[in-house]
Structure formats: structure tokens, C-alpha cells
Design a protein around this ligand. Structure first.
Ligand code: GDP
Ligand code: MG
Length: 379
């Protein structure tokens, strides 16, 4: 979005710059002829003078890159594993369940590697039909992370596992989680956890089914659409079944990714590390990323220096559904920022610099906004 200046607005509308400045001043905004004015404020000024203002939203450099990716021809489209977020009320067993799931991973045992914290990890199990099923889990359970991502427009989660403890039932956070998942249009699979506890009687389970049905999650056992898997994180019950259902749901959703071409994905978290500089934990969603690739993510850009996957292996390239920690970018991007591999460092820089300029202007705009009160104090 190209910023409109007061001067620009004046020449577009014929309203004198002094009039515009006065109008803004009355609203507590200090401006000069060269100040940028937001789209909304420009509309308000125009409305005040009964002028119809048509504001053309220009594409940002990032949006252009995104569009290029969206429109590009698929090189190697294939089914991909689902990306799953675990939600639920505190103490219902989210962390325990994720630990159990991690232990069920056959690949980690084969590699002898321990999955390290990269914001997400892949779990592969052999299903009852002998086929390998892979599921990607986002590592931060809880709906704060889920909503932050969604608020930033990041679409990462394909499926939600809603953990409900059999000895406690549907609680306020459970209901909130259902609302969040529904708003994001992400299908919910229920893990009815702590099935090993004495409170997990048939009667209590029926009661919980009723509570779930009341909130729009009608169990398949009752002819509805919601899969409920009885699990015990402490005893390891139902874990394989849960993973199989997730894999099956991924098939129903026909999730695919382009396994060829340059990569795009999303930042799960990022930080500055002594010695390594800025590192971003990302999930690759399409294409391939290689060491040496040019990359841009929000305000950050650079050249990929090294990559570590969720199996704690240093890798030279990675494809869709791979969680990675990568270094080589100059600044720390935000969680939820998208990343793109570009064909040149110049292009990556261009996109990042425009992002920074927009950020700078937003900061300026928030700083120059003074109230009439403190303006009076100043004069
Ligand atoms: P979170 O807050 O949802 O992450 O819940 P936690 O995973 O931290 O679990 C809370 C408590 O419940 C811990 O004391 C766990 O040991 C216990 N817990 C978790 N899952 C089970 C289960 O399936 N059965 C039983 N009996 N206890 C469990
Ligand atoms: Mg926890």
C-alpha cells in the first residue's frame, strides 16, 4: 500500500493542504505537507468535503512474491502429511500426549536421534495396514499460539487434536478451543484422555459425549462426524489409533504440496542466538530449500547458512512438511511470518527492505500522533 502524502491528497482532491492539516490537527494528529496519511484518514478527510476518494491498494513486494508462488506451475505435486495442533484445557494431558506421540515415532528410533526443539516435529508410525503414516505436530500446545498464528494470517494447522480428560470433561478452555478451531475452519479430532482413570466410567464418558455434542462435536459413535479416540498418555493407549485417524483425515482433506521448485513456508518462532545470529524455526510448506538459497521472511533476508531438522540432523536440503531451524538471515522475523526462497539476494533484500520501510512508517505514524492536550503542553 503506497502511502498517500498530504500534498498528494491535496492535489488528488483539490482540498487545500492547510485544510487537511487543520482537519487532522482537530483529531489530534500533527502533520506537515509531506507527512504520509493513512488510507482511512484520507477517506475521512475526503468525506468531510463530500469527495469520493478511490484508494488503489498497491501490492507490497511480499504480496507480489506470494502471488508468484501461488500462481506458479506445480513441479512435483504429491500428498503431504497433515500439520496438527494439540489444544485443550490445562492439565488434561496435552504435553503428556505429545511426549507419548514422540516416543511412538519409529524413524527417531531408527536414526537413534532425539527430536530436538524446532517448533514442530514429524512422527512416523506403521499403521495396522503396514503403511507408514507421518504426522507433523506443532510443538506449542495451547490456543494462544494457535490464535496468534491465525491472527497473522498464517495457515499452518490442518487438524486440531482436542484433548479432553475423561475425569474432568468439557471445561471452559475446551469450549474456547472448539470456537478457535471452528473459526479457523480446521477439523477437530477428540482425544478422550486419562481413559485409565477410575472416573472414566461408561456413564461419565456418555456425559462427555453429550457435552461435546452440545458444542457441535457430534461423536461418530452417535452417528455424527467427530472422531473420538480414547487415549491414556500415561499408559500409551490409543496413540497409534490417533495417528492413524490423523493420517486418514489428511487423506480426506486431500492435502498436497509441491515437492519441487523453490520453497515457501512459515516461521513458527525465531530468535537471536549468540554465535549463530538470527535463527528461524520454520515449517517448509512447498518446494525445496537448500543451503545457500536466498531467502526472505518479513523484515529479514539473507542466504541460508545451515539447517537443522527435527531429528537433530544437519541437512543440505529439505522439502514440504519438514520442520527446520535455519540460520543466515540478518534479522529476527516474527512468528507467523511467511518465508520465501527467491532467485537472487537482491530480490530478497528488496522485499525485506520494503517490509522494514512499512514498519518504520507505522512506528512514525504512531509516534507523531499527539493529543491536543500534550500539544498544548508543548507550546
Ligand atoms: P497439559 O496441561 O494439558 O499439558 O497436561 P499435562 O500433560 O501436563 O498433564 C497433567 C497431569 O495429568 C500430569 O500429572 C500428567 O501426568 C497427568 N496425565 C496426563 N495424561 C494422563 C493420562 O492419560 N492418565 C492419567 N492417569 N494421568 C495423565
Ligand atoms: Mg502442558
Amino acid at each position: 500500500e503506497e502511502p498517500i502524502t498530504i500534498k498528494g491528497l491535496s492535489s488528488a482532491t483539490g482540498i487545500k493542504t492547510a485544510q487537511i492539516i487543520k482537519f487532522l490537527f482537530k483529531q489530534g494528529v500533527m502533520a506537515t505537507v509531506n507527512s504520509a496519511i493513512g488510507t482511512e484518514a484520507a477517506m475521512e478527510v475526503a468525506m468531510e468535503y463530500d469527495i469520493e476518494l478511490e484508494v488503489k491498494e498497491l501490492e507490497t513486494a511480499e504480496e507480489k512474491v506470494e502471488k508468484q508462488f501461488a500462481e506458479r506451475e506445480k513441479v512435483d505435486e504429491q500428498p503431504r502429511p497433515p500439520v496438527v495442533t494439540v489444544l485443550g484445557h490445562v492439565d488434561h494431558g496435552k504435553t503428556s500426549l505429545l511426549d507419548r506421540i514422540r516416543q511412538a515415532d519409529v524413524a527417531a528410533h531408527e536414526d537413534g536421534g532425539i527430536t530436538q526443539h524446532v517448533g514442530a516435529y514429524r512422527v512416523s508410525v506403521e499403521g495396522n495396514d503396514g503403511a507408514k503414516k507421518t504426522v507433523v505436530f506443532l510443538d506449542t500446545p495451547g490456543h494462544e499460539a494457535f490464535s496468534t498464528m491465525r491472527a497473522r494470517g498464517a495457515r499452518m494447522t490442518d487438524l486440531v487434536v482436542l484433548v479432553v480428560a475423561a475425569d474432568d470433561g468439557v471445561m471452559p478452555t475446551t469450549i474456547e478451543a472448539i470456537a478457535h478451531a471452528k473459526a479457523a475452519e480446521v477439523p477437530i479430532i477428540v482425544a478422550l484422555n486419562k481413559i485409565d482413570t477410575p472416573q472414566a466410567t461408561d456413564e461419565n464418558i456418555r456425559k462427555i459425549y453429550g457435552q461435546l455434542a452440545e458444542h457441535g462435536l457430534n461423536p461418530t459413535d452417535w452417528g455424527g462426524e467427530t472422531e473420538i479416540i480414547k487415549t491414556s498418555a500415561t499408559e500409551g493407549t490409543g496413540i497409534t489409533e490417533l495417528l492413524e485417524i490423523l493420517d486418514y483425515q489428511a487423506e480426506l482433506l486431500e492435502l498436497t504440496a509441491d515437492y519441487g521448485g523453490p520453497a515457501r513456508g512459515t516461521v513458527i518462532e525465531a530468535e537471536m542466538q549468540t554465535g549463530r545470529g538470527s535463527v528461524a524455526r520454520v515449517l517448509v510448506q512447498d518446494g525445496q530449500v537448500k543451503v545457500g538459497d536466498f531467502i526472505v521472511s518479513g523484515r529479514a533476508f539473507g542466504r541460508v547458512r545451515d539447517m537443522i531438522n527435527d531429528r537433530d540432523q544437519s541437512v543440505a536440503d529439505a522439502g514440504p512438511a519438514t520442520p527446520l531451524e535455519l540460520s543466515g538471515i540478518d534479522l529476527v522475523p516474527d512468528a507467523g511470518d511467511k518465508f520465501f526462497v527467491t532467485d537472487s539476494l537482491k530480490r530478497a533484500e528488496e522485499v525485506a527492505l520494503q517490509y522494514r520501510e512499512t514498519e518504520r512508517q507505522q512506528t512514525l505514524a504512531s509516534k507523531t500522533k499527539v493529543t491536543l492536550d500534550n500539544f498544548a503542553d508543548a507550546v
